[in-house]
Design a protein around this ligand. Structure first.
Ligand code: NOJ
Length: 669
């Protein structure tokens, strides 16, 4: 199969080149293809600024651009615009997997050439791409006489709001691995925050600031300087330097999604569009799928990672999971704790071997047995943050996995600092994560990264980068001393973390008891657990509970039938933090699936079925909260119903407190 067949619907490229006399103030503009969003770029007293408008409403006021370096003067104080080029671009490309198959990539591009008026006379370009759903821009520092190596101490990029917008945010440096609950405050009451940062204006325009194609650079955070001025804060190396580079040099794209509703944020593909096309020549081996694993039992204390009487990843136990996976249509079985090293203090050591199994885990037998059942083993590689130690074993380990038929690697980085020194989202970390994805591609392995750097759409270029954590996932409901995730958490993350890319949230709990911490448990109803398979997108979806908890459960039918690869996605209704309805069309059939979830409040939602085909009738299989369901006191109460519907109807969905509803619509032939 050829990677990413490119369907060029039409490319119209117009090049304009203009050159102004150096002393005349210049203002350059680019407008989205639909004419709604306009970006202006201007220089004033040698400094360069951009601003953004949607129709006549200012979204961002004059916002500064430039750099502060360690090894040379700042770049941004004596600049003039020496020329510019514009072009219009329009293509439709196909995702091998994702929330939508065909992606329209249509924008107006403006490239601005800047040069210092004095001293070093250095040059820099700014490239803006303006889409109907937002814009992106990046810096290019071309090869030139007066810049060779660069040590960036600060990127001066700002996002200046005309008023104090509200934001949903998580702190950048206080909590680890982006595993926080989102807060909503005015922007001037935020900490330094991670991106994506989702904002709402007083007139209900939604913005989300993030980045695309984070390559050999530091991840961006944002800090609020004065009441409404956000500034880029690049994650530093331990030395304080933010980025080390060499010309020619490009930064990641700074992205701003712009939407009239939260629904339209979710169906924006701006970040993917700002990544490069697929670089893997043959992607026939990359397949989205569902998996189970020796995992929740470990987090609940039933099993251990280390060898001993309760060791989870034994040959016999893994083969039982393989039987269950094969019988129920799962693609993969994750085994955690199969490899040597867990008996040490694994979050601060470099004792893991990624090739040597414990004596009670016969990896050859397990992979042979898995293959005989058309299931594959997912190899878990916890690094404890010892990334150099891991990199030293990458080729040997990955080539072994490929020989044994392992198709996916789940990596982990539980530690404060990588190699005891550098932050996960520093340039050091970004380089490491990329090395893993590229090496995995060479050995035809898909990757699921836990404790990652925030995704930035790289799955377009490396579609073996399937899913990532970087979210407060369901595992917190096993061991978090704060009681677990509150019911509104999953009504926020599709509009915040979810905008960055797939999430390995690991839904699928059917048993709401916690043997170790009774106060900490999954705070949803069972129907909401099912709905999360539609609401939270991941091309690798886990059914996280123990196989014994799924036996004889009608609700398990939904997990078996729900796809992980979609032709199309719609958000019929949502209020961030209150409720979400997500509708997705299966890529392999004409079926639609709907997931609806609520926070701690009971709700009746109206689902307009106009997304269905107009001339067809559909059989709806409905998994809904029982009459007495409640995430606190009666989470397992679920009921099942069937009905026939058409696109002209509306359905009433009653959701219990902390509840949900999951529906499959199948055309009736
Ligand atoms: C944290 C990961 O999120 C979890 O999935 C894994 O089981 C543990 N680390 C151990 O690697």
């Amino acid at each position: 199969m050829k990677a990413f067949p490119l369907l060029i619907a039409g490319i119209v490229v117009s090049m304009l080149f203009s050159c102004q006399p150096a002393n005349v103030p210049v203002n350059k503009k680019a407008t989205s293809p639909d004419g709604n969003i306009t970006i202006s770029v201007e220089t004033r007293k040698g400094k360069v600024y951009y601003s953004a408008k949607k129709r006549d409403k200012v979204l961002l006021e004059k916002s500064r651009l430039g750099f502060r370096f360690q090894n040379m003067p700042d770049l941004g104080d004596h600049l003039e615009i020496t020329g510019s080029e514009s072009r219009f671009f329009n293509e439709t490309w196909e995702q091998p997997w994702g929330e939508k198959r065909l992606i329209e990539n249509k924008y107006d591009e403006l490239t601005i050439h800047l040069k210092e008026k004095k001293d070093l006379k250095r040059e820099m370009n700014l490239v803006f791409r303006v889409y109907n759903d937002g814009f992106g821009f990046r810096y290019e520092i071309p090869r030139q006489a007066n810049i060779d190596s660069v040590r960036i101490m600060d990127e001066l990029t700002e996002f200046v709001m005309p008023e104090v917008y509200d934001a949903w945010w998580i702190p950048a440096y206080k909590d680890r691995f982006y595993e926080s609950l989102y807060r909503r405050t005015p922007i001037n009451r935020m900490d330094t925050v991670c991106t994506p940062l989702t904002l709402v204006t007083k007139e209900d325009t939604y913005l989300a600031i993030h980045e695309a194609n984070l390559t050999d650079y530091a991840a961006m955070n944002l800090v609020c300087l004065d009441s409404a001025r956000l500034k880029c804060d690049l994650t530093p190396w331990s030395t304080g330097i933010r980025v080390i580079g060499k010309t020619p040099f490009v930064t990641p794209w700074r992205t701003v999604m712009v939407a009239d509703s939260p629904e339209d944020l979710v169906t924006s593909y701006l970040i993917l569009n700002l990544n490069e096309p697929c670089k893997i020549p043959d992607i026939s081996w990359i397949k989205p799928g569902k998996y189970i694993g020796i995992w929740w039992g470990i987090h609940h204390g039933l099993y251990t990672w280390s060898p001993g009487p309760r060791h989870g990843a034994t040959t016999a136990n893994t083969n039982k999971y393989i039987d269950f996976a094969a019988a129920n249509g799962f693609d993969g079985v994750l085994a955690e704790g199969w490899n040597r090293g867990w008996e040490y203090n694994w979050t601060s050591c470099d004792s893991f071997s990624y090739t040597e199994p414990y004596p009670d885990f016969d990896i050859r037998e397990v992979t042979r047995y898995a293959a005989s059942k058309n299931v594959y083993l997912i190899s878990h590689n916890e690094t404890g943050g010892a990334v150099t130690h891991y990199e030293n074993q990458l080729d040997t380990a990955y080539s072994l996995y490929q020989r044994l038929g392992v198709k996916t690697v789940k990596t982990g980085y539980v530690c404060d600092l990588l190699d005891g020194k550098e932050r996960h989202k520093s340039q050091y970390g970004v380089r490491h994560y990329r090395r893993v994805v590229e090496t995995a591609a060479r050995y035809q392995l898909m990757v699921d990264i836990h404790e990652p750097v925030m995704p930035t759409g790289l799955q377009r270029t490396y579609p073996n980068l399937m899913t990532l954590e970087g979210v407060r996932g369901q595992e917190w409901d096993a061991w978090s001393s704060d009681g677990g995730n509150p019911p509104d958490h999953t009504t926020i993350i599709p509009f915040t973390r979810g905008l960055a890319g797939p999430m390995d949230f690991t839904p699928g709990t059917f048993n709401f008891e916690n043997p170790i911490l009774p106060q900490t448990r999954v705070r949803t109803t069972l129907a909401k657990q099912l709905a999360l398979y539609v609401v939270l997108y991941s091309p690798l979806q886990m059914a996280s509970d123990l196989p014994e908890n799924y036996r004889n459960e009608k609700a398990f039918d939904f997990i078996k039938m729900v796809p992980v690869n979609w032709e199309e996605t719609r958000i019929p209704d949502a209020v961030i933090g209150d409720y979400v309805i997500t509708a997705r069309k299966d890529r392999a059939s004409d079926d639609w699936f709907v997931g609806a979830i609520t926070d701690e409040n009971r709700r009746e939602l109206i689902l307009d079925l106009s997304f269905l085909l107009p001339d067809a009738s559909y059989r709806a299989q409905i998994f809904k909260d029982g009459d007495n369901a409640d995430c606190e006191n009666n989470p397992a109460d679920i009921s099942y119903a069937e009905t026939t519907v058409t696109a002209s109807q509306k359905m009433s969905l009653i959701l219990a407190p902390g509840g949900g509803q999951a529906i499959r619509f199948m055309p009736v032939r």
